[in-house]
Design a protein around this ligand. Structure first.
Ligand code: NOJ
Length: 544
């Protein structure tokens, strides 16, 4: 299992299209990231996670890879990535890439070869092909979408997709093998075996170039079964165990991060963390105010981090308790936002309200992941065009959280020198939009709050991912103890909130605003937030 460094990490997710454009073509690139590494380092984060940066026709923003071993030319070259990894390392920052192995692009040479073949590959098909459409529905395998796509090429029949039609599923075999469906391969069939080997080859290629690990897209979508969902998850888990065992020898420091929680199948775990995704209930009930749309799989309810103060922490806390009960020491990643839905600053949530959310996100016992732009409170932009498959569900548009980073007051907010019409997505047109430059030297800015929170988390190990988190008050103000030494109080609502806590007596504010301790009484202004040192714990120097 990795070396354990992930438990102490503070991550930063970069959507490469939108971070920094060094060559003026309107799309971000790796050189742009290299040029901005000092900004990233100034935040105090130590792990960058890139959304896919490999060759791709970008039907799904790069989650449709056409060559796993080549950086997309629009981002630069493999050498640029190696240079970036080295330059990041000099600043104490690791680089994690996105591994999309449930499917490739239709433009991948492997798919093109099978598409132009007259029948199955004698060495085993890398994709899943069948001659006729099935009688029964496949909805349990691919919710809400027909899983089979009519072949657009010389090969007759249908191929199985994993997400969009342009993302054919790689063949990792099936757990259910009925006699009348001879096209299904077992998990150890020749095609699935080739793909398993490919997985190692891709991992090895990038890990040997200094990459620290991978976030694995749709990690549990590999082995298929339309009848027994548990069986295919079990088989997929075994596949990842095999990879982990190989990694433990070949690249013992490398981490694997799943998209979502890793299913517990009674065997050793293969991944280094669970991920409380933005679109899952634990995160959504805290932050989703529905201003970016309505997630079809989450019944809308008021979020806890909201001025109205009508939300609850119960779903989050139940998920957290369940995760920690099974594996108390296992890292759980919690993002500010990500490339698949909204941002913290979404709809009516103002900059003033972000302090409580950020204080929670950087002091909870999870591994925080800061989504680019959230450090300055960039907002989700409604009504953005459907660029590169951003609208995968009519109920919400992912483009609003993928707009260009706002660096300064220069043209295109310092993101690019391109003509505005050439930009990947429009810049926030609001003249008061936040920028790094405007917040840089303002001690009260969101940017400097983020920096102080991360610095405090580093200075006080009790605030990190290895120390127990004890909830003292689950409502407003949300109050919890970290280890025996720190107290965190956040009041995301507009109304002030008060709680009486024996633990609070003598606590001293290390960082924050709007929190007053009077004996056991904790009084918090609307939107107030603070990290406090409990008596007997050393008060950290340099805090404000
Ligand atoms: C999850 C990724 O986060 C998302 O952006 C992508 O569209 C799908 N997987 C398909 O790869």
């Amino acid at each position: 299992m990795g070396s354990g460094w992930l438990a102490d990490a503070v991550m930063y997710e970069i959507y490469p299209q939108s971070f920094a454009d060094s060559d003026g073509d309107g799309i971000g690139d790796l050189r742009g990231v290299i040029d901005r590494l000092d900004h990233i380092a100034s935040l105090g984060v130590d792990t960058i996670w890139f959304n896919p940066c490999f060759a791709s026709p970008f039907f799904d923003a790069g989650y449709d890879v056409s060559d796993y071993l080549r950086v997309a030319p629009r981002y630069g070259t493999n050498d640029d990535l190696v240079e970036l990894v080295a330059a990041a390392k000099q600043r104490g920052i690791r680089v994690v890439l996105d591994l999309v192995v449930g499917h490739t692009s239709i433009e991948h040479a492997w798919f093109q070869r099978e598409l132009h073949a007259t029948g199955p590959d004698p060495d085993g098909d890398r994709y899943v092909w069948r001659e006729h459409l099935p009688q029964r529905t496949w909805s349990s395998d691919l919710p809400g979408t027909p899983g089979w796509v009519a072949s657009p090429g010389p090969r007759e029949g249908f191929y199985l997709k994993n997400f969009y039609d342009e993302q054919p599923a790689l063949n990792f075999g099936w757990t259910h093998l009925p006699d009348d469906e001879p096209w299904r391969d077992p998990v150890d069939g020749p095609g699935p075996r080739r793909n398993r080997q490919m997985l190692r080859d891709v991992l090895d290629f990038w890990l040997s170039r200094g990459v620290a690990g991978f976030r694995v897209d749709m990690a549990f979508s590999l082995v298929k079964d339309d009848r027994d969902p548990t069986a295919c998850v079990q088989a997929t888990t075994e596949l990842w165990r095999e990879i982990r065992q190989w990694l433990d020898d070949a690249h013992p420091d490398a981490v694997l991060i799943p998209e979502g929680p890793e299913p517990r199948m009674g065997t050793d775990l293969a991944f280094d963390a669970d991920f409380f995704l933005v679109i899952l209930a634990e995160h959504a009930t805290l932050f989703d105010n529905h201003a970016a749309g309505v997630l079809p799989f989450q019944p809308p309810q008021p979020p806890f981090f909201d001025a109205e103060g009508a939300g609850s922490t119960s779903t989050f806390l139940a998920g957290w308790a369940a995760a920690k009960q099974v594996d108390p020491h296992r890292p759980v990643i919690l993002s500010t936002a990500d490339h698949d839905f909204n941002r913290l600053a979404c709809g009516p949530r103002t900059a003033e309200q972000l302090g409580a959310a950020l204080t929670f996100l950087f002091t909870w016992g999870s591994v925080p992941c800061l989504y680019y732009g959230d450090e300055i409170g960039m907002r989700y932009l409604p009504g953005m065009p459907d660029v590169e498959g951003a609208i995968c569900n009519p109920a919400y548009n992912r483009a609003g959280c993928r707009t260009p980073m706002q660096w300064d007051d220069g043209p295109n907010a310092g993101f690019s020198t391109a003509d505005p019409a050439q930009l990947y997505l429009p810049i926030d047109p609001d003249p008061r939009r936040p920028t790094v430059a405007a917040q840089q030297d303002d001690p009260a800015s969101t940017l400097n709050l983020v920096r102080r929170l991360i610095a405090l988390r580093r200075a006080e190990p009790a605030l990190g991912g290895r120390t127990p988190t004890t909830v003292l008050h689950a409502g407003y103000p949300f109050t919890y103890r970290r280890g025996d030494s720190h107290l965190v109080v956040v009041n995301p609502r507009r109304e002030p909130a008060v709680v009486e806590l024996a633990e609070a007596a003598g606590a001293q504010v290390l960082l924050g605003s709007g929190v007053v301790i009077d004996g056991q009484r904790v009084q918090v202004d609307g939107f107030g937030h603070a990290v406090l040192a409990l008596p007997l714990a050393p008060v950290s120097a340099g805090s404000s």
